[in-house]
Design a protein around this ligand. Structure first.
Ligand code: HEM
Length: 366
């Protein structure tokens, strides 16, 4: 597609036509162009929307600025950097549980629990409910897969009921966590409605559950498939920052952006995108565009800083990026230091990938 049909019309799994953008340069342009709106409530009517879109990811300015601003303070680079030693403790504890065993399931025992413990602590939700959150967020994010679509309603209802009850508890006894801060903002009535509170918190829970796990999983997988790169990283651990950027570029956890829609008729690279039509950016494709990255299909942890699109760009640039980078760096560095001989215990073609269009990650890595 990148070579022959870089702006390509397709039917999406939910039955609507839209456009897929696959080249790097076009991707950046679409992600930064305000004529491509993210406000889905405006397009479909607010009554047809699930609560999961009442947040910054699905809004345009000025709502976008207000909603993002409320959460931004919890994710400043400084606040995140201050979490380094705690994230290290979590990584060490998880690997201590593996001990001297010669087998582990990398996803279930390490890549998944690490970011979940961190996000649960930031938000202030009980860690013992993590199995429920995992189930709910998996179903919600994989809703474009038809098996999951049937279960979507039920899980979405349970998830919102849980959160509503949780907010009531927090209102009575607020703490220092992020949900308490947002509940206080909601109570002041000016900054956040009840629906937005649900939308923002569910976005953070889902983003926290579905992304960093796959940075760690896909990143380790790339190293296991390229043992010379794994050995290089073990010999030169200071390459870890670069290595994380290359893992994000080469094997990014978010395959497609969320959808945008044209606010007006737009002529784009010779195609006519009609007002109202959807546009999706293939982030992982843009990250393999040879016009931007030399030998783009080569995994090279010494590659120069690459301005990949794994976190998107423009006003919706991932808010959790500093946290995700830090978690990925600590998780992979600690894993290799502890288990330098780590190997995949199955053929890579046997690995099962997650369904759904947005998240790219494997279900298990033995
Ligand atoms: C937005 C990727 C981790 C919170 C985004 C977008 C991408 C992305 C591509 C933009 C989507 C679009 O424009 O359509 C990733 C990746 C992650 C990661 C690859 C891990 C490696 C996180 C984490 C959090 C988070 C840990 C927070 C807990 C958000 C939020 C937005 C966002 C709130 C919406 C920002 C806005 O609309 O202004 N992320 N994300 N992400 N991400 Fe992440």
């Amino acid at each position: 597609l990148r070579e022959t049909d870089p702006v390509f019309k397709v039917m999406f799994p939910h039955g609507e036509f839209g456009w897929i953008i696959t080249r790097y340069e076009d991707a950046v342009e679409v992600l930064k162009d305000p004529r491509f709106s993210k406000d889905v409530a405006k397009r479909y009517g607010p009554e047809n929307q699930s609560i999961f879109v009442n947040n910054m990811l699905f809004s345009d300015p000025p709502d976008h600025r207000r909603l993002r601003g409320l959460v931004q303070k919890a994710f400043t680079p400084k606040l995140v950097a201050d979490m380094r030693s705690h994230i290290q403790e979590i990584a060490d504890d998880l690997l201590n549980n593996i001990g001297s065993r010669d087998k582990m399931n990398l996803i279930d025992e390490y890549a998944f629990p690490l970011p979940i413990i961190v996000i649960s602590e930031i938000l202030g939700v009980p860690l013992e409910d993590q199995d429920k959150f995992r189930l709910w967020s998996n179903y919600i994010i994989d809703a474009s897969n038809s098996d999951h679509a049937e279960m979507f309603e039920q899980h979405a209802r349970e998830f919102t009921e849980y959160l509503t009850a949780w907010f009531a508890k927090v209102r009575e006894n607020p703490g220092k966590d992020l949900i308490s801060q947002l509940v206080i903002a909601e109570e002041s009535g000016q900054q956040l409605t009840e629906n937005e509170l649900l939308g923002v918190v569910s976005l953070l829970i889902i983003a926290g559950h579905e992304t960093t796990v796959n940075l760690i999983g896909n990143g380790v997988l790339a190293l296991l498939e390229h043992p010379e790169q794994r050995d290089l990283l073990i010999q030169q651990p200071e390459l870890i920052h670069n290595a994380i950027e290359e893992m994000l570029r080469y094997n990014g956890p978010v395959e497609f952006s969320t959808s945008r829609w044209a606010l007006e008729d737009i002529e784009f690279r010779g195609q006519n995108i009609a007002k109202g039509e959807l546009v999706i950016v293939a982030l992982d494709s843009a990250n393999r565009d040879d016009a931007k990255f030399k030998d783009a299909d080569v995994f090279d942890i010494t590659r120069e800083k690459s301005s990949h699109l794994a976190f998107g760009t423009g006003i919706h640039l991932c808010l959790g990026a500093p946290l995700a980078r830090l978690e990925g760096e600590i998780a992979i560095h600690t894993l290799l230091a502890r288990f330098p001989e780590i190997q995949l215990q199955t053929d890579v073609t046997q690995l099962e990938w997650r369904p759904g269009m947005i998240v790219r990650g494997v279900k298990e890595i033995p």
